[in-house]
Design a protein around this ligand. Sequence first.
Ligand code: CA
Length: 219
Amino acid sequence: MKILIVEDQHRLGRFLKQGLSECAYTVSWVCTCREARDALADTNYDVIVLDLGLPDGDGLNLLSEWRRVGFNEAVLILSARDSVEDRIKGLDIGADDYLPKPFSFDELLAHVRSLLRRQSAVKQTVINHRCVRLDLLGHTVELEEKAVDLTSREFALLEIFMQNAGRTLTRSYISERIWPGLSDTNLLDVYMSRLRNKLEAGLSEPLFKTVRGVGYRLV
Ligand code: CA
C-alpha cells in the first residue's frame, strides 16, 4: 500500500512518514505542490494525505487539478482549516475524507485504514458500461453479449477505463499502470487503436474519446 504525504511542516511530515512506514506502508513525503504534482505524475498511490497550506500554492487547487485530469487516488485532507465550510469545500472538490489538525496519530491511522478498506470494497468483479461487460475473475469481455477476444494488455487497458468510466485519464496515468517504467507512450496509441477496432466496430457511438494533448476517456 503506497501513501503520499504532502506536508510542508517538516516535523509533522517526518513524524507521519516514520509512523506510517512503521505500520508497513510504503511512504513518500513531499513538501510542495510542485513536488506533489511530479510524484503523482510518476506513480500511483493508494492514499494521499494532503495539507492545504503549502508554500507554493493551495492543496485544494492541487486536488481539483488531479480530479480534473482523472486521478482517482483516495485523498485525506489534513488541515488546520477546520470550519464546516472548509470541510464541505474540500469534500466537494473531491477529497474522500477530512481530518482537522491537531489530530492523534491513531486517529489518522484509522482514517487511512478506512479509506483503504473502502477502496477494496468498491472493487467489483464484474463491471458493466453501456454494452460492454468486463469480468475480472473470469477474465472475459462481452460486447452486446458476444465474447470479445482481448490480449492480456488490452484487457488491462480496458479494465482501467471501466474502473474510471467518464473520467479523463492522462496518457502517463494509463501508461504507468500498463507498462510501468516504460516511457514510450506511442505504445498506448497502438493499443488504443487495437482496442477501438475490437470494441467500436459495430457501435453507432464510439466508446472512447480522445482528449487532445491529455489522454482518453471512456464515454
Ligand atoms: Ca502547511
